[in-house]
Design a protein. Structure first.
Lengths: 373, 274
């Protein structure tokens, strides 16, 4: 995974582009969005990540002006959006279905919004050309939407929104209809494009890899609530609770008793891993005497032959799954109620470990992260 | 079951299909054949070829009046029922509300009601309302029978119309009216034209309702019915009927092509395919 340039759980830029204050959207008794507050910085690539029905699309549509908060307020570029319809907001959207106008060709699609601005003919043409070049569609201007591939439609939708020079570009699951290879290619391109134009991007996705690979920051949402807002690295390595940890990928959970707690660290007695001293997360709230620690499968490494590590745990391989570049081992540890998931690269022969072998696993205590249940 | 299958696989199915089509279209074919026959009575063998009956048509003032009346009624009924059909089809395809299916069913009902009953009921209502019978009352009657057809054509054009197309237009700065003009209308235009053609054709050919609801002015089918009393006028009627037949056939074909184009346009875009 490439290193993310933005470190903190603050916006990259000091200037806020979007401010969402205590926004709730209810449908009768059901709350699609429940008291969400969020600040998205200028020029930031921000992702709303969560399973379907978590409220991420509702929030995006409220920023765009297709839906209105039941309570709370949204402002874009310092301007409150209340009462401002979608067609007068400084935002543009890339729709999940792309919503390419089928009766218009590519050029006419891209120029659609410019027609309202009554630009001079040459200026309009120049901006359309520029937008098509940005998304590598130069020369396809005369094509009809029906003659385009999925990836090309996606680019037309992007160009059509970017040509308006919005303050914020909203992307509603833009890559979900593409196949895996094209999707990965578009992730890189989208990120590059965002860096080039410097516009604030807000992406809605249910794909954690997409969010991790592209974003400056991510808001993880469940059941209408924002669970955590942080950089991809922070979200992946230090999830605030089990739900976030699970959604972002595999995680082994280890229960333990807290024996010592001070400002910065936590000492926990676990059954499988013994006594662990780990960082105390900023938002850690003690819930009785027990704690849940989590460790990602790739943070456990197989110890070969007589190699030793300062911290190790011994167990027996009960399952082995081959995934090409990695092998996924399920290892039973005495004392742990659930066996550990371990992912190991195949360069040392992890794909050849027979089921039933006794092995030792090395880990760093810091890799065991305390989190809420 | 097995007997039926043996019957069907024994080459009977194509024969049955052939007979069915012959039964359906043979009478229709007689119409143009006898309309170019020199004899005044429709009888085989044919006596000779002539276009005389066609040449006579424009020289009959009563016929021209009837044709003009039919045109006026047809165009009015087509426009009215299409406008009402657009509103109904949009509501049925776009919104979800209680009673949607019932309303749809009620709108489609005139399709299966006995036309003579509809005609008599309409006559009673018109008289109760104090309307004097004229081409206007015929238009009202035709609107009633045309709307189901108009609805069928329009819903197939509107269905699957991706709502995000209208949202995309608004998102790009267009007003509600501008969106209707620049996106919705061009997308559904083929379906609208198709509906106009279908309604016009139905009104042009409709007899029973026109017969009950018209005053002194005849439409083409009423004129034809009046002419049938005179044996000598039969070839002229056949010629006129042939023209109507071809006109209807042509209009319906164009309408169907447009309807399919509209459906393909909207439905292609509705789905997610990469």
């Amino acid at each position: 995974m490439p290193e993310q340039p933005s470190p903190a759980d603050r916006p990259r830029s000091e200037r806020a582009m979007i401010e969402i204050r205590s926004v709730t959207r209810s449908y009768g008794a059901f709350k699609a969005l429940d008291d969400a507050s969020l600040t998205i910085g200028e020029g930031e690539f921000f992702s709303l990540l969560g399973p379907s029905g978590c409220g991420k699309t509702t929030l995006l549509r409220m920023i765009a002006g297709f839906d209105n908060p039941t309570s709370g307020s949204i402002s874009v570029a310092g301007q409150p959006m209340e009462g401002i319809p979608a067609n007068r907001r400084p935002t543009n959207m890339v729709f999940q279905s792309y919503a390419i106008f089928p009766h218009l060709n590519v050029e006419q699609n891209v120029a659609y919004g410019l027609k309202r601005l009554k630009l001079q003919g040459s200026e309009e043409k120049r901006r359309v050309e520029e937008a098509l070049a940005q998304v590598s569609l130069t020369g396809l201007g005369k094509r009809l939407a029906t003659e385009l591939s999925g990836g090309q439609r996606q680019r037309v939708a992007l160009a059509r929104a970017l040509v308006m020079r919005p303050k914020v570009l909203l992307l509603d699951e833009p890559l979900s209809a593409l196949d895996k290879k094209l999707r990965e290619q578009m992730q890189v391109e989208l990120r590059r494009l965002q860096q080039a134009v410097g516009i604030t991007f807000v992406l809605v996705t249910h794909d954690q890899y997409e969010a991790l690979a592209m974003s400056d920051r991510i808001a993880v949402m469940f059941g209408g609530r924002i669970a955590q807002v942080a950089s991809p690295k922070e979200i992946y390595q230090r999830p605030v609770n089990r739900q976030v940890a699970d959604f972002l990928g595999g995680m082994n959970f280890v229960k333990g008793e807290i024996v010592e707690e001070n400002g910065a660290s936590l000492v926990v007695d676990t059954l499988g891993f013994g006594r662990i001293k780990t960082d105390k997360p900023k938002a850690f709230v003690r819930n009785g005497g027990s704690a849940t620690l989590g460790i990602r499968p790739e943070r456990l490494r197989v110890l070969w032959d007589n190699a030793t590590a300062k911290f190790e745990v011994a167990g027996k391989v009960v399952e082995r799954h081959y995934f090409g570049e990695i092998t996924h081992l399920i290892v039973e540890i005495p004392g742990l109620e659930k066996p550990l998931s371990v992912t190991e690269t195949n360069d040392f022969g992890a794909d050849d470990i027979p089921v039933g072998t006794s092995i030792r696993l090395a880990y760093e205590p810091e890799a065991l992260v305390a989190m809420a249940d | 079951m097995r007997a039926l299958r043996r019957f069907l696989s024994g080459g009977w199915l194509p024969a049955y299909a052939f007979l069915y089509v012959v039964f359906l279209y043979l009478p229709v074919i007689f119409l143009p054949i006898f309309s170019i026959n020199t004899a005044a009575t429709p009888k085989f063998p044919l006596s000779g070829f002539t276009l005389h009956w066609y040449e006579d048509l424009p020289r009959t003032p009563a016929l021209l009046d009837a044709a003009w009346n039919s045109l006026v009624v047809g165009v009015s009924a087509a426009i009215l029922s299409t406008v009402l059909g657009i509103l109904a089809a949009r509501s049925i395809t776009r919104y979800r509300y209680p009673g949607r299916r019932t309303i749809n069913g009620l709108i489609m009902a005139p399709l299966v009601l006995p036309e003579v009953i509809v005609a008599i009921s309409m006559l009673l209502v018109m008289l109760q309302l104090g309307l004097s019978l004229s081409l206007f009352t015929v238009v009202l009657g035709h609107v009633l029978v045309c709307i189901p057809y108009s609805m069928t054509v329009l819903t197939s054009g509107f269905e699957g119309f991706d709502r995000s197309l209208e949202e995309a237009s608004a998102d790009l700065g267009e007003s509600a009216f501008g969106t209707f003009r620049r996106v919705t209308l061009p997308m559904v235009a083929p379906a609208i034209i198709s509906s106009l053609l279908v309604c016009f054709t139905i009104s042009l050919d409709e007899f029973i309702i026109a017969f009950f609801l018209t005053g002194t002015e005849a439409t083409l089918p009423i004129y034809i019915w009046g002419q049938l009393r005179f044996a000598a006028k039969l070839p002229g009627v056949l010629a006129l009927g042939t023209l109507l037949l071809f006109a209807s056939f042509l209009l319906m074909t164009v309408a169907e092509i447009l309807r399919r184009r509209a459906a393909r346009r909207t439905q292609n875009e509705g789905g997610l395919y990469a």
